[in-house]
Ligand binder design. Structure first.
Ligand code: DGJ
Length: 716
């Protein structure tokens, strides 16, 4: 059993394949985390929860304990998971253990199932607030999910001022090093590492959506872990709105990580008999370094997070029109691009921005989701028919949450955007954010999407979002509900997508927010993949993709091959380099194929056909980082097939120096005693040799690249 209760010690022991997470009730009925790390062999190793530790009158009892769900009140001065105000203005909580239930328990910790434990806490000072904590254990992946429900069992409303998904504690006495992802538009998911000192390090978004500036993922080690060795605790939040993670190191060396919905400008009016449910906070532990932490996250996402409709299908090769035709899409240029795309093996043809309303630039048209008849005189039907006849699926771009003031929609409904009466409405990219907290706006978006999908044979939606919130006012709402917009907006998006997915299960959804501004586990439960960045320079992409794949699976990482010189930085890169870089995730093409030479189209066709052969390994295999683009002239990533039959090595040279033309790569994840055929070399090589003696790769000049296939053929 993966969840057991030890009555004598009042401990719940949650076991995954290699780890355990232990929770106990102390003498004062507080719920505490007592252990999280490698599985221990003997139950006597787990001590009961203890409340007797303390230091002085300034630090003792609940202020000193590893409370599972610290609520603000009493002696707690650190970051709480819950802060509330009651109707009589009491602002104090004392959550004590009440009850538990093992909701599901798998028989065998090594199988692929999930077990679930529920523990109830209750405010002991009779305010009738119940907090229901859920722990889901994914045995196979050494991963635990936490979330909470706050239930108002009283007769008066309660104002929630902060409600987090949970708290995680790390063993004491370590030098804690935080690894995290930062970024900006066109430079998303950049890896950073920093040692934590006493105090708080906060990562967050206050922008209404996940944002590219920080990503809700973390890893903690003791400063000594590397790709293959060392303890790493890692986690991610499943939330696509304002979020916050706080890494708080106490003066006594206790590291607490809290995370959930950002409490900035937040409050929730919880009526009697109502429940507030937090987003899920996922975390895991491995003894085998950052590489293992990433692979556990990838496998967990593949099996448990990706929307079930397309989870087990390989992602198709996409063509996207954006960089080729920008807003100048029309029936003629799209048909000609579609023909070229089909001829090189593309499987989904996606028409990007510009097909609707008066959308000739980013200054007008958002909100008017009807076909622009100047560009498509007979509507979309003829183009979709052509695309289908060419053997491809048809996909389309939308930005449902937005409106240009210069649009029919805004002229009819100026009150549909977030605003404060009488104050200017700040525009960004000439657009305003629709108030999705309003039911009528939510319904409008659902309706136009329903119509679009119902009337056209569309199999792919790129859902974009190109600005963050300002003036988050909702004039029609009651005073006590004003600050709920941040949460309601995200819940509305989730609801719309869920409804659309239920009605149109064959449609694949891509999450985009000016690139990778909405990349998180919350949207990945509803949308099938991400557009990680508008930066399509294949060299810059290596770093963006490296950071992305620390947290998220390659199957969800779309990458296009675009034109050279690149639109963003003017860099010229060989076509094969651009392909190799984009083939490390879900391959797409974004260049203007009408300008590609016969030679280039021929290469593209060969590369796409090669990609179709290797995509099961890229999209669902195991990823091993060999050399980081952050620190080396040569960057290399290896993928191994889940069944071990094949490995792929992608290697990229920035620029050769001093005549050195080769690099030895030490492969990973192979079978020592298996014999492999390395593409381009004679004879066979053992797995042990490829891992210990290494594989020499020749790369020359500037921006050279190689994709090497390594097939298992025999055993020694
Ligand atoms: C931002 C996206 O990231 C781009 O790929 C493109 O769809 C543009 N928006 C269109 O406006």
């Amino acid at each position: 059993m993966s969840i057991s209760y030890c009555k004598e010690k009042k401990l719940w022991i949650l076991e995954t394949k290699n780890t355990s997470y232990v929770i106990g009730v102390d003498e004062e009925n507080n719920l505490q985390n007592v252990y999280w790390g490698s599985k221990l062999p003997y139950i006597g190793d787990y001590s009961p929860a203890d409340i007797s530790k303390g230091h002085s009158s300034f630090d003792f009892r609940e202020g000193f304990a590893n409370l599972e769900f610290p609520a603000w009140g009493g002696l707690l001065y650190s970051e709480p998971c819950l802060k509330a105000t009651f109707s009589d203005n009491v602002r104090n909580l004392s959550l004590k253990y009440d009850d538990y239930e093992i909701v599901r328990n798998s028989e065998n910790v090594s199988d692929e199932s999930m077990s679930e434990l529920r523990i109830d806490l209750k405010d002991s000072l009779s305010y009738r607030l119940r907090v229901r904590l859920y722990f889901r254990i994914y045995e196979e992946f050494d991963i635990i999910e936490k979330y909470a429900e706050v239930i108002n069992e009283g007769e008066q409303p309660v104002t929630l001022e902060s409600i987090q998904s949970g708290a995680w504690y790390l063993p004491e006495g370590m030098d804690y090093r935080l690894t995290h992802l930062i970024g900006r538009w066109s430079g998303e998911t950049q890896l950073r590492q920093t040692f934590l000192t006493e105090g708080k390090k906060v990562m967050e978004s206050r922008r209404g959506t996940t944002s590219p500036h920080a990503n809700p993922w973390f890893a903690i080690d003791n400063g000594k872990a590397d790709e293959d060795y060392g303890s790493v605790w890692f986690g991610a939040l499943a939330w696509s709105g304002n979020w916050k993670m706080v890494f708080e190191l106490s003066s006594f060396g206790q590291l607490k990580i809290t995370g959930g919905i950002n409490d900035f400008d937040f409050s929730w009016h919880l009526k009697p008999n109502c429940t507030f449910t937090t987003p899920v906070f996922t975390a895991g532990y491995t003894e085998n370094g950052f590489g293992s932490a990433s692979r556990l996250m990838h496998s967990y996402q593949l099996k448990h997070i990706l929307p079930k409709e397309h989870a087990s299908e390989f992602r198709k090769v996409i063509y996207n029109s954006w960089e080729a035709t920008y807003f100048n899409v029309n029936a003629e240029n799209q048909r000609s691009l579609a023909e070229k795309a089909a001829s090189i093996g593309v499987e989904v043809f996606v028409i990007d921005d510009g097909w609707f309303g008066e959308r000739n630039s980013d200054r007008a048209g958002l909100g008017d989701w009807f076909v622009n008849r100047n560009k498509f005189p007979d509507g979309l039907a003829p183009l979709i028919k052509t695309v289908n006849e060419l053997g491809m699926d048809f996909g389309i771009w939308v930005e449902p949450e937005m409106v240009n003031p210069d649009s029919k929609l805004y002229r009819e409904h100026p009150d549909w955007v977030y605003h404060f009466p009488g104050l200017p409405r700040t525009e960004a990219r000439n657009q305003l954010v629709l108030n999705l907290a309003r039911d009528d706006v939510k319904q409008y978006i659902y309706n136009f999407m329903d119509k679009l999908l119902g009337e056209n044979n569309i199999k792919f939606i790129k859902w974009d979002m190109n600005r963050h919130f300002t003036e988050p006012g909702w004039p029609e709402a009651a005073a006590e509900e004003q600050k709920e917009i941040w949460v309601r907006h995200t819940l509305s998006i989730y609801e719309i997508v869920e409804r659309l997915k239920a009605k149109y299960p064959s449609v694949v959804f891509e999450s985009c927010s000016g690139g990778g501004g909405r990349v998180d586990l919350g949207i990945l439960r509803r949308m099938d993949e991400f557009w990680p960045s508008d930066n399509t320079d294949a060299f810059d992409r290596l770093k963006i993709q490296e950071g992305f794949a620390y947290a998220y699976l390659p199957k969800a990482m779309v990458a296009w091959v675009t034109d050279s010189p690149n639109w963003l930085n003017g860099r010229k890169l060989p076509l094969t380099y651009r392909f190799h870089s984009a083939m490390m995730g879900t391959l797409g093409i974004g260049g203007n194929l009408n300008h590609w030479s016969e030679e280039e189209l021929k290469t593209a066709k060969e590369m796409i056909s090669l990609y179709k052969e290797i995509r099961p390994i890229v999209q669902e295999g195991n990823l091993y980082r060999l050399l980081s683009p952050r620190t080396n002239e040569v960057a290399a990533v290896e993928y191994t097939a889940k069944d071990g039959s094949e490995a792929l090595v992608f290697a990229f040279l920035h620029s050769s120096q001093f005549g050195v033309g080769s690099k030895t790569l030490y492969l990973k994840g192979l079978e020592s005693k298996a014999l492999y055929k390395v593409e381009g070399s004679d004879g066979l090589t053992s797995g042990a040799a490829l891992m210990k003696k290494g594989l020499e790769v020749n790369l020359k000049g500037d921006f050279d690249s190689k994709l090497i296939r390594i097939k298992k053929v025999d055993y020694i």
